[in-house]
Design a protein around this ligand. Sequence first.
Ligand code: PMT
Length: 387
Amino acid sequence: MLSGKTVLLGITGGIAAYKICELVRMYKRANANVQIVCTPNALNFVTKLTLQNLSKNDVAVEEFDIKKYNPEHISFADKADIMVIAPATANTISKLANGICDNLLTSIACAFTKPVIIAPAMNCNMWNNPIIQENLQKLHYTILEPETGFLACGYTGKGRLCSIDKIFDKTVELINYKPLNGKKIVITSGGTIEEIDPVRYISNYSSGKMGLALADTAKSFGAEVVLITTKDVTRNYKVVKVKSALDMQKAVEEEFDNADCVIMAAAVADYRAKNIVKQKMKKTSDDEITLELVKNPDILKEISNKKTHQIIVGFCAESENLLENAKTKIVDKGCDYLIANDISRKDIGFSSDYNEVTILNKNGEVKKLERASKMTISKQILEEIYG
Ligand code: PMT
């Protein structure tokens, strides 16, 4: 079931760590290559020798115990098909939720772009602590919730590691879940940069997070991904860095013919400076100056007009009358789907790790997705398109 696949198994310092030996055996029986990474505390509950014998691999613990040229947290992250963190303690969950990379396991998880499963296990009062629940909400991973029962600390409540079978089954399901196999998906992201002179430009608040989450999700669903972005991104799929709307248009056109789907999550400037001044513009005695702008091409509208077989997906960023404007825009831009988001809110949209969107399709159907991480929203969008 897992032949040719590498499972990166993260073990953290909780009593349930002893149960993970059986999970390693199950992965091995399914022919997986199992690379184990422990936090230092995990080794208080299970020995390195046991895990090495079961996994037939070295067990990594220390971040700076580098034997090879490649930094381990990056090379482990690149090689594995999935990361499973079990048991996941409250401490590790909170670090992951806040981007703290103070050991090898948390550093790898932070650099990991493929599916991650976490199976929390802890005392029931820790599990019910609102801080832990809030941190869990921040993670865009598949969370296998703990079970209710008698806990090692003597309490009875929710906190017991879910069954090993459940972790194994979810691993197999996610590793083999490739609904976009054979599809080429082109995604744009980030705000375009329209130069005025060598030091000044017009742009917007788009961080590129929404487009990047879509690209990572499409990749994990098996698609051939091309991300056209104004941001610096390194990934194991094709990334084309662009600056202006005109650059973006050229890059989209180059990828368009054999694409199956184009998703325009980028915030493209509607106008650019009529003339880009070659030298830095000097301050003058005038209190006002006029900057002449010309219209940029509407990339989305143009590709919708010339589509053959492609599915065209636009985004729309609105600060008022979201649905009304989105309904007009999907018709005007002629796309198959339009994902509308409210950029007046601080807790979603621009720069946030979260979004809340409404999906419109060309048949007039409307579907609202509740606020969730951009990874979760991406998964839901791709499932809606290819569902
Ligand atoms: O990048 P993040 O910080 O994660 O934020 C995500 C986001 C809010 C930028 C994203 O979710 C989003 O809404 N992107 C579209 C922003 C936008 O340009 O909206 P718009 O309503 O102005 O344009 C509608 C559509 O036309 C978009 O798909 C846009 O890419 C496209 N367009 C716009 C102008 C233009 N000249 N050419 C285009 O192709």
